[in-house]
Design a protein around this ligand. Structure first.
Ligand code: PEP
Length: 253
């Protein structure tokens, strides 16, 4: 059975004190709601990671939002996957559309980051998704296929099977526009069929594919009920403990 996952992405929000207090609330609330086959993750700014992992990293797992592709060296201001792992993190988001857009991260670079994460024992949460123009042009299957092919389909099957994918239509991120459950399911089923064609059906059936884009406590249950949607990557709603917990609870709705 595939793991059911709700991962929060705090982005560049929360100073240190606010982050600790929000995370403590989330741990206390999620502790009672999560079943054994479910995983809750918070991907926080780097400065929080060490403390959050110590506070409650076994109940709500901790992830970073980016990593550098190299292990160490003269890369001022950067943080490596090895460093992230060393503070007790288990996950790292790679290829978020904001990184692709504002920091010009290419598929080739994201392939390197994914390999660095896996080599250091982190599970990549690898994001893919089309822009509004690409959706309106009807080009979204090609865009998603090329993001997969150029970044993660080059991995060895054993490595790929450790990756979590997140389908995040760019037009739905932070906009309040959510893909309908049918739109999301259509793309998730497509992604799974592409994985099956590349790596075989056993790996395809085992990979968790999350939906991200204005997911909230009202729409989560319907999205998560779709056959190929295994949870969510949650931006805005992960900044409120009640909303995040209610999204975790949506699996049991
Ligand atoms: C995200 O940033 O990954 C995201 C899904 O954001 P939001 O939930 O705010 O749309």
């Amino acid at each position: 059975m595939r793991k059911k996952i709700v991962a929060g992405n705090w982005k560049m929000n929360m100073d240190y004190a606010d982050g600790i207090s929000l995370f403590s609330e989330i741990v206390n609330m999620v502790r009672d709601e999560k079943n054994g086959d479910q995983e809750a993750i918070i991907c926080a700014p780097f400065i929080h990671l060490n403390s959050l992992a110590k506070l409650g990293g076994t109940i709500v797992h901790i992830g970073a939002q980016n990593c550098h592709q190299n292990e160490s060296g003269a890369y001022t201001g950067e943080i490596s996957a090895k460093m992230i792992k060393s503070v007790g993190c288990s996950y790292v988001i790679i290829g978020h559309s904001e990184r692709r857009q504002y920091f010009a991260e290419t598929d080739a670079l994201l392939a390197e980051k994914t390999k660095a994460a896996l080599a250091n024992g982190l599970t990549p949460i690898f994001c893919i998704g089309e822009t509004l123009d690409e959706r309106n042009n009807g080009d979204y299957f090609n865009v998603i296929k090329s993001q997969l092919t150029n970044a993660v389909f080059g991995l060895a099957a054993e490595d790929f099977s450790k990756v979590i994918l997140a389908y995040e239509p760019v037009w739905a991120i932070g906009t309040g526009l959510t893909a309908s459950s049918d739109q999301a399911q259509e793309v998730h089923a497509f992604i799974r069929s592409e994985i099956a064609a590349q790596f075989g059906s056993e790996i395809a059936e085992g990979i968790s594919i999350l939906y991200g884009g204005s997911c909230n406590p009202k729409n989560a249950a319907e999205l998560f009920a779709q056959q190929d949607i295994d949870g969510g990557l949650i931006g805005g709603a992960s900044l409120k403990s009640r909303d995040f917990t209610d999204i975790v609870k949506a699996f049991n709705a």
